[in-house]
Design a protein around this ligand. Sequence first.
Ligand SMILES: [Fe+2]
Length: 203
Amino acid sequence: MQFNIEFVNTILSGFPQDLKMHSLNVCYLASKTAEYAGCSYQEVKTITIGALLHDIGKLCIDEKIINKPAKLSDEEFSIIKKHTVLGTKMISYFEECSNLLPIILYHHERWDGNGYEGLPGKNIPKLARIVAIADAFDAMTSPRPYQKPKTLHDALLELNMNKGLQFAPDLVQIFELCMLELIKMPSQKSEIDFWHKAFSNIV
Ligand SMILES: [Fe+2]
């Protein structure tokens, strides 16, 4: 299997619109942050695809739970939490994608060890630590049926309040620098532009 634009578009076409936009946003933010963090070409390539697919396991979960416009019950939350393991199982069928698995499995780990799998600090793979920040930022700044989107300022404040608890402190700092540079750039015109910008890093 070749990771080219056609392949990626085929995957994206199977995503519900919300998940597609979230995946594109996380992909773009995580790949830019990885560049700022001094990651190698190979690591940037891995995070670009890994971030795009980080929530692919949600395709296996009932849409009524995924799209519930209210707080989830404990049981529903425990079902949602399975998406990291389900996504890992889906992608593990493709041998050449083994480098993506740590991102998919560990993107809900917390720096303090209280995440889905309980990995703490630097035991969490670096690319998964970056995706965790980009994921949380996009979730905070995107409209949801049950919450108003946070402003850039408030979302960055929230990330900073949680560094050392939920997020890797050094990577929050790098993410913030990266965001402040990105907002100086002309706005993205469309999701295609958005994706091509991220993909141009790796082709
Ligand atoms: Fe997730």
